[in-house]
Design a protein around this ligand. Structure first.
Ligand SMILES: Cc1cn([C@H]2C[C@H](O)[C@@H](COP(=O)(O)OP(=O)(O)OP(=O)(O)O)O2)c(=O)[nH]c1=O
Length: 189
């Protein structure tokens, strides 16, 4: 088996990040049910989804190379926040992130027909205090809509971040170092 993989993701960020790793890949999207189970912990949730996306790729017939699935959630007060469903939801989220530190959890999974291997990377991100105006203007930029927690650290949302501890790449959607390590372990095992 060569180093080439499949990327089971619709995310343009994950495509860019995987390109940055120099791994040859083919991208396709999978349609996974992303709802959280009752009482499911954020860590378990994000890891389950990454595995589900990878295994859905295998189930679609992409079986000749490892399939990479990944998922990102923002966690504050033990609650997982996905993409905002509307401006109200977004405003509520940004007010919770404002002036606080939250965690971004990104899970990565590789799957083939006979095995699946995954890991979760946690990064702490601290936001400055945001005004109502800043929050409203940011929503109108169109950037928050498709991003976990309603912000993009790599875009206009970057100016809200006063401190980050951990993997910047994991916040954007794919931790470079950990993904490469996981693939090496997967291919060896
Ligand atoms: C917090 C944060 C999230 N994000 C993105 C990463 C993920 O693409 C997205 C979270 O949604 P995900 O459901 O993890 O991924 P996705 O729907 O974009 O792609 P797919 O499921 O097909 O792989 O939020 C940023 O781009 N920047 C950030 O700062």
């Amino acid at each position: 088996m060569t180093n080439a993989v499949y990327l089971a993701s619709a995310s343009p960020r994950r495509k860019e990040l995987l390109t940055q790793l120099g791994i040859e890949f083919t991208q396709f999207s999978v349609d996974a049910d992303e709802s959280q189970l009752p009482n499911e912990l954020p860590y378990d949730y994000v890891e389950r989804l990454a595995r589900l996306k990878a295994q859905s790729g295998v189930a679609l017939g992409y079986t000749d190379r490892p399939v990479l699935g990944s998922d990102t959630v923002v966690v504050i007060d033990n609650q997982s926040l996905g993409k905002p469903c509307d401006e109200n939801d977004f405003t509520h989220t940004l007010k919770r992130l404002s002036g606080n530190t939250h965690q971004v959890l990104t899970a990565v999974a590789f799957a083939t027909t006979d095995k699946v291997l995954s890991c979760v990377v946690s990064t702490n991100v601290t936001f400055k205090t945001l005004s109502d105006d800043e929050i409203h203007t940011y929503w109108q930029s169109g950037e928050p809509q498709d991003k976990a927690g309603g912000y993009g650290i790599q875009g206009l949302g970057g100016r809200f971040v006063t401190h980050i501890s951990g993997s910047y790449f994991a916040v954007v959607g794919l931790p470079l170092y950990e993904t490469e390590q996981l693939l090496q372990t997967f291919l060896r095992g």
